[in-house]
Design a protein around this ligand. Structure first.
Ligand SMILES: *Cc1c(COP(=O)(O)O)cnc(C)c1O
Ligand SMILES: [Zn+2]
Length: 442
């Protein structure tokens, strides 16, 4: 079958461009592009046939289909040749029943999708494998691309650097100086990217990288490049697959630039259109109170939207005041009876730590989603019998300063409720015994 996909303007301009063209915006109206698939071709397989194909490939080793992104290649990016795919086995992340945490907060059927258990420790790998593969394809077809560049709050640059290194392509990353964690900074350094630390915030880096990429021999890897959305879309497809093609009632996801919430919705809509699922879940986008332009717009029923100056937040990957995917995300939230809710620094840090006590190890962005989950349960918007899924976006191990500072009580504007510090004792048996008696009744 001849599956095909192309870029198309989201404003319905009827402008189409091939996925191998270096283009990020509509030539007529300047609007964002999205990848559109030939759905008639895809519908030639029945839902049962697609499910069987995806299930047969899932987490096997037949390259490149063992990757859960490329296992859905026909729905993601059919135009790349398998020999140009740059993959490090994306997706297949654990989806587990967070039983104890759910019980504590009054929800029996709570699940966590650990998208941060991936090659570079965040869900960004799902999109980056598609983008870098397409760059390799374009280079193979003779395009003059010197490098791939992105502005980043940390995780995008780590992912871009790793995939470019795997492909032998130069990466250039623009980071806001002193606003990313050590772990986030060291990844692109280790992978040999050219790292430019600018004295500005994410939005400032974004403005510059867009100008640099206008020259066209440096390819832009930010999520205004809709190839990444196609890979991230597999979060919802994989979620359905892991639940044996049943759907949860509600999915909660943190949002900054709003590419991921867009991708989540797009994946569900595509499955719905193909008949793989017969209903849609409700989507909740969780924002940090200090970077909440979507939340402010939601309060007006999405009638108004104003970019804001994002303030510094522990959830640094979503510290974005002018999200590039605002229009797409608004469209998705309307289609999914969506909710937007926010979390303060205190709420996000305590929610992350509280859930850590039940065996998780949350990044601050997942903390935002967990705090919002608790709020919506308390308000009875999420019912105790609902099946809810929280999308955990990064691995907590990437944020050691956040964790340590929490337990040492050094986070600004956070009153830590779950501190646990090591007890320093002499190496003396009776001291140790007395302490154990006091602490755990030994
Ligand atoms: C990028 C990122 C987000 C936000 O995703 P958007 O697509 O920008 O909304 C959330 N959490 C983590 C850990 C991220 O890296
Ligand atoms: Zn247009």
């Amino acid at each position: 079958m001849a599956f095909s996909a192309w870029f198309q303007c989201i404003h319905g301009c009827n402008e189409h461009y091939p996925l191998t063209e270096i283009i990020y915006r509509c030539k007529r109206c300047g609007g964002l592009l999205e990848v559109v698939h030939d759905m008639n071709e895809l519908k030639k397989n029945s839902p049962a046939e697609w499910k069987q194909i995806f299930d047969e490939r899932y987490m096997r080793t037949t390259w490149p289909y063992g990757s859960s992104v490329w296992g859905k290649k026909e729905l993601v990016c059919p135009v790349v040749d398998n020999e140009n795919i740059v993959s490090m086995y994306e997706g297949g992340t654990n989806l587990f029943w967070a039983r104890r945490f759910g019980e504590e907060i009054g929800l029996e059927d709570l699940w966590i999708k650990q998208c941060g258990n991936s090659h570079t420790g965040s869900f960004k790998d799902l999109g980056m494998t598609v983008l870098v593969s397409m760059v390799k394809q374009m280079i193979a077809e003779g395009k003059d691309i010197k490098a791939v560049a992105c502005a980043s709050t940390g995780d995008t640059s780590a992912s871009l650097a790793a995939y470019c290194a795997a492909a032998g392509i130069q990466a250039v990353v623009f980071l806001p100086k002193d606003k990313v964690s050590h772990a986030q900074l060291i990844q692109p350094i280790a992978n040999g990217a050219l790292v430019l630390s600018l004295e500005t915030d994410f939005d400032g880096c974004m403005a510059i990288v867009q100008k640099i990429c206008e020259e066209n021999n440096i390819y832009l890897a930010n999520s205004m490049n809709s190839l990444r959305i196609e890979g991230q879309k597999t979060i919802s497809i994989e979620l359905a697959q892991q639940f044996d093609w049943e759907l949860p009632d509600i999915v909660i996801i943190p949002g900054g630039n709003l590419g991921n919430v867009t991708a989540l919705g797009k994946g569900f809509l595509m499955m719905y259109e193909l008949g793989l699922i017969d209903r849609l879940p409700r989507i909740v986008c969780a924002q940090a109170e200090r970077a909440n332009p979507l939340y402010m717009s939601y309060l007006t029923g999405f009638k108004e939207y104003h970019p804001i100056q994002a303030r510094q937040t522990l959830a640094n990957a979503i510290q974005i005041g002018n999200p590039v995917s605002i229009e797409k995300a608004t469209h998705i939230l309307k289609a999914f009876n969506g909710i937007v809710e926010q979390a303060t620094e205190d709420e996000l840090a305590n929610a992350a730590a509280r859930a850590d006590r039940t065996g998780l190890f949350n990044c601050p962005h997942t903390g935002v989603a967990l705090a919002v989950l608790i709020k919506l349960i308390n308000r009875k918007i999420i019912k105790s019998t609902d099946r809810a899924v929280v999308i955990s976006t990064a691995n907590g191990l990437k944020f050691p300063e956040f964790k340590i500072n929490y337990h040492e009580g050094r986070l600004k504007d956070v009153a830590p409720e779950h501190i646990n510090l090591p007890l320093v004792l002499p190496a003396d048996l009776s001291d140790v015994k007395r302490t154990l008696r006091e602490k755990i009744g030994y």
